[in-house]
Design a protein around this ligand. Sequence first.
Ligand code: NAD
Length: 409
Amino acid sequence: MNTAEATQHYFTKAARIMNVGERIENLLSAPLREVKVQLAIELDNGEVRTFTGFRVQHDNSRGPMKGGLRYHPEVNGEEVLGLASLMTWKTAVVNVPFGGAKGGVQVDPTQMSLKELERLTRKFVDQLHDVIGPTRDIPAPDVNTNPQVMAWIMDQYSKYHGHSPAVVTGKPLELYGSRGREAATGRGLLTVCREVLRDVGRPMKGTRFAVQGFGNVGSHAARLLFADGGVIVAVSDVSGGVQNPQGLDLPALFEHVRKTGGVKGFGGGTPCGQEELLTVDCDVLVPAALGGVIDAKVAQSVRAKIVVEGANSPCLPQADEVFEKKGVLVVPDILANAGGVTVSYFEWVQNLQHVSWDEERVNAELEKVMKESYERIGSISRSRQLPLRTAAYVLAIGRVGKATVLRGI
Ligand code: NAD
């Protein structure tokens, strides 16, 4: 089962429990618009190459559509569709006035120069500027895209439509970005971890975390959990992994990554394979790299008692079943990593109002949203005896479904 099928599975499971009926079920799961574009650009060596790009706009009943843009060789239309629908449920879970979308370009950005990436990004906007926009669809960073890519999107879009900072979020601070956006997904995850640990009666201090992925989500999550008293026993990225049962020296690891570009080879621990990281002895596992990494087999070997999904769709439904049987608590992606889209919403609001919030305000508002969302989901989970993931989908489908019906079909 791929990540798109997994999202559909979770949606259907919750929709059936809610008894929304086949008609509404079909209406809510089908995407509004799927766009596939060919992006021909000139490489630095004069050669012309064509890349394939996607933007799927899933649902706009609660507001303009919102979702990241990823650059990865394995991007495909089906995956983007699954991630777009995940965004619809995520924005609804945290109750920000957005729908869901997602984009991607089939490219290995590590093989491209900065200038080539800029040309590719601008070409993507050339092909899509008619269907995105501050009141239509607002992209954001995702795997292998960053504030610089968002700055190019803003600049290129503004050439067509006039100065439009609100067309994209996750921009650099100097170009209408929001304070606190860079760390927002990790910070939201920290709040969720604090709430879960409080509920299970564990202090943060001394709780052992393993984090897969050391990019935007994983590195900020690890840094903030460490600063809050958590012990980071294992970390990995695409280069490799490192573990230390006594806890990794995070500042030294950051220094190593800054110097070498990856986690591999860090001297403060022993090497750790990708699957080994997921099954390492820890209390909380934070998969924060790519989707689909935890299937039933891996889930059997996971030793953590709590899994907090930093990435989108890291656990497949078969893994969820294993976790349910084993009594492992899974905090779903549509809550655990919703800090990013929440602060993206704050960025959009600041852009539309031409104001700039200080970081304390951003962080305080984010914490409030994450706590409220966690409480709402927890209360549905307790009252209806549902796992947190199903409870989150119940909350989201209720909100999107009501908006759809109220607007009129
Ligand atoms: P990123 O590109 O900044 O980082 C990805 C990290 O994963 C890198 O450290 C990379 O080396 C690592 N990685 C790649 N393949 C790996 C593998 N096989 N094993 C271990 N590590 C591997 O991306 P990101 O923005 O941190 O996104 C990570 C995940 O979080 C994605 O699923 C993304 O959709 C999701 N997400 C991101 C945000 C955000 O604000 N950036 C918000 C919500 C969800």
